[in-house]
Write a protein that binds this ligand. Structure first.
Ligand SMILES: [Zn+2]
Length: 274
């Protein structure tokens, strides 16, 4: 749990009003009106809780006598996996995981913006992050490992309430499909959050999906080494032709993005209110 900062509260208050206006637009434009995601009331409940948790004295002190700036608010850090020369998995027709990860991450970011949840993205373009801090003369042979370390470093340097990593899956057997969440054992809140996300996907997007969240093993470097609440979503199998086609469809991606966003936003608000 994290303490709410004044700037976080103010940011949330401002964007809540903005978000309510855009909600009606998002239902039509983003193609999520056909699901019960919005109408199940959890988004509006989260927004209501956020509004109720604010009080006038919590508004930020902007631009004090010395022109000081309020500290950055706690954030959800959205992590689009892979990027640049690392395409990740790929579908039979050549769709790259890195591109779908980024598209889905941008969808989650858009929902954060709409509903006033402060967020950051590890990347918002097609790059690996090995040279993010520019500290080495040569990165050859170390790009992937440094990329992961820098994502972890970003999570540590920001006030990260939740690290949300987004990936696509693959498997030798083409029939395997379905959304799967992994959680970090390093923070107690990770598992219940993963359960909430997995359950949300089953309820709203994939009624056939009987998967349960899995504890991350050492093969998932970020979840194994991070100290904050963290989950990694394998959003579907690019090795499954049908699921790959769905994942390459913006409206379907938005349904999964909303399934990631709603429990994450609820969690953020609970942390901010405590
Ligand atoms: Zn991946």
């Amino acid at each position: 749990m994290r303490k709410k900062t004044m700037s976080a509260a103010f940011t949330a208050l401002c964007f809540t009003a903005f978000g309510l206006v855009l909600l009606s637009l998002s239902i039509g434009i983003l193609g999520i009106g056909g699901t019960d995601i919005i109408s199940d009331g959890r988004i509006s409940a989260a927004v209501k809780l956020e509004s109720e948790s604010l009080s006038p004295e919590e508004e930020p002190q902007t631009g004090g006598e010395n022109g000081t700036v309020s500290p950055s608010p706690p954030v959800i850090l959205i992590d689009a996996g892979h990027g640049g020369e690392d395409g990740g998995a790929f579908s039979a027709d050549g769709v790259l995981e890195k591109d779908l990860n980024l598209a889905m991450s941008r969808d989650v970011a858009a929902l954060c913006l709409i509903f006033g949840i402060p967020y950051e993205m590890t990347r918002d373009e097609d790059v690996l992050l090995y040279d993010r801090y520019g500290e080495l003369e040569s990165y050859e042979g170390r790009k992937k490992s440094l990329d992961l370390k820098n994502r972890l470093r970003m999570a540590e340097e920001l006030d990260t309430v939740l690290f949300l990593s987004i990936h696509m899956n693959k498997f030798p057997s083409e029939g395997v499909k379905g959304f799967q969440v992994y959680y970090s054992d390093n923070a107690a809140d990770s598992r219940p959050l993963a359960e909430s996300v997995q359950s949300f996907v089953k309820s709203h997007v994939q009624p056939y999906n009987e998967r349960l969240p899995k504890s991350a093993d050492s093969s998932i470097y970020l979840l194994k080494n991070i100290n904050t609440t963290a989950i990694l979503a394998e959003c579907g199998f690019l090795s499954n032709v049908g699921e790959a086609a769905e994942l390459n469809t913006p409206s379907y991606r938005m349904k999964l993005a909303a399934s990631l966003f709603v429990p994450s936003a609820e969690y953020y608000v609970r942390c901010a209110a405590s």
